[in-house]
Design a protein around this ligand. Sequence first.
Ligand code: HEC
Length: 320
Amino acid sequence: MSVAPLQYLTHAAGPAAAPTYRLGWALIALVTTVMVLIAVLLVAAIARRRRAIAPGQAERLPADSGGLRWLAIGTGVSSVALFAALVYAMVTLESVASPSREAGLTIVVTAYDWWWKVDYPDAEDPSRQFVTANEIHIPVGVPVRVELRSADVIHTFWAPKLAGKTEMIPGQTNVQWIEADEPGVYRGQCSQFCGAQHAHMAFEVVAQPQAEFDAWRDAERRDAQAATTPDARAGQRIFGERCAGCHSVHGSDASGMQAPDLTHLASRRLIAAGQMTNTPEHRLDWIEHAQRIKPDSLMPSIALPASEAAALSAYLSTLQ
Ligand code: HEC
């Protein structure tokens, strides 16, 4: 179940985001109060001066009409309010810097122009680690440590309902943490301008109950099944010729490193970093028109005769 757009403004979905939502609303309340107060005082001052300079009265305006006192009061009040806001912001930043208990899972997200590689490392047993793209799964109610890297330019990792923004800088690893209170699909977006397709560099965080997450993780750890139908086998051969230089499919010879891993492509909700739902038609549309859908993206548009397209499509559908 996806989150309704308006909720992105009104409700945080986890403890790494809730304090910053409260801070955001407190700052909005503060600036709104200040704005209203100043508007009221301005109107009052204009009205007062109008009265004071009614015909024949101008000369009677007292030399000191209390302006300095108001200036002092205004400066004092706004200094106190701004200082309080600064302290509140610093306390909030400190409170979301790290989770209150140890992270139950560590993942590594690497930003590429214009998609996200997601590694699930396993320090104890490296044969259990796996990689996916553009879709991050996490168990509900568990703090997740997210190590953030970039393969090219500066990007920013931002899943607004789950945490604030963190930059992804080439040659450096930054750390963010996220935790979801409820199961759901939370959208994320690159929020640092990173080139032509920056606006089309989205991702999703799928928060699941622990058992569902474990089942997903077990499925991701498995290699792709061997293609069995003649169509799928023909498709796998085409994939090896046209796609494997960039894409990898574990359990096959395809081991390209510069593009999203496609081992379990068909199980993902969206493709092309959140641009299209993941249907067989959209997959073919993307393959044939990648440069129209995401101009300048690092995937070429690949024209295929109808028979090859059908075979490739049959193969991609086996990548569950
Ligand atoms: C020159 C490298 C290159 C080649 C060749 C290539 N791709 Fe891609 N592909 C990419 C890149 C890079 C992306 C990510 C594009 C983006 O979202 O900005 C991508 C994205 C995709 C996606 C979306 C994956 C996702 O999870 O969002 C699919 C599906 C895909 N390619 C299939 C193919 C197929 C099938 C072929 C062969 C017919 C192919 N690609 C050939 C580089 C390549």
